[in-house]
Design a protein around this ligand. Structure first.
Ligand code: HEM
Length: 137
């Protein structure tokens, strides 16, 4: 009886894993994340309320650090080597509305990269807790 129950549980966990890849894989791995980050930077550069924050930014560095961060957070084989979210955004006085707008730009970036809605939400959920380290600093 116990053996049957264990077999049942392992079959269920196998089937859950077989049908639900890691977020990193679902985002398309390193290449998919690079496309999302590129689109995100393009979205930012066309947004009149968000672009001014980035007017003096070293874009190649931003691209590299965002790729590392999204890769690591989604469970990929990367290490984030940038500064802490608090350190980077201190002094910018980012409002809650500006934070929300930036998340919308990331959603558009993922739309353009063909990332399905449910996968988009998994990444957004991982980024949401960073909000307090980023706004009003
Ligand atoms: C979930 C939201 C956000 C995440 C995950 C995020 C992440 C990052 C990362 C990883 C970097 C690079 C850090 C480094 O160079 O070491 C960065 C830089 C930057 N972020 Fe954010 N950020 C977010 C929201 C925002 C918002 C809302 C703004 C402004 C409206 C903003 C403005 C900037 C600017 C201007 C830089 C470049 C700093 C520089 O020029 O040195 N970020 N961010």
């Amino acid at each position: 009886m116990l053996r049957k129950a264990l077999l049942f549980i392992s079959l269920i966990s196998w089937s859950v894993h077989a049908h639900c890849g890691s977020l990193y894989e679902d985002l398309g791995g390193r290449e998919g994340i690079a496309t999302v980050v590129d689109n995100f930077i393009t979205e930012i550069s066309f947004d009149p309320s968000i672009y001014p924050f980035f007017s003096k930014t070293n874009v190649p560095r931003l691209r590299e650090k965002l790729e590392e961060q999204f890769c690591m957070l989604s469970g990929g084989p990367c290490e984030y080597t940038g500064d802490t979210m608090e350190k980077v955004h201190t002094g910018m006085h980012i409002s809650s509305a500006e934070f929300n707008r930036t998340v919308e730009l990331l959603q558009s970036a993922m739309d353009d990269a063909g990332v399905p809605f449910t996968t988009q939400n998994r990444l957004i959920r991982l980024l949401a807790p960073l909000r307090e380290e980023i706004i009003r600093r």
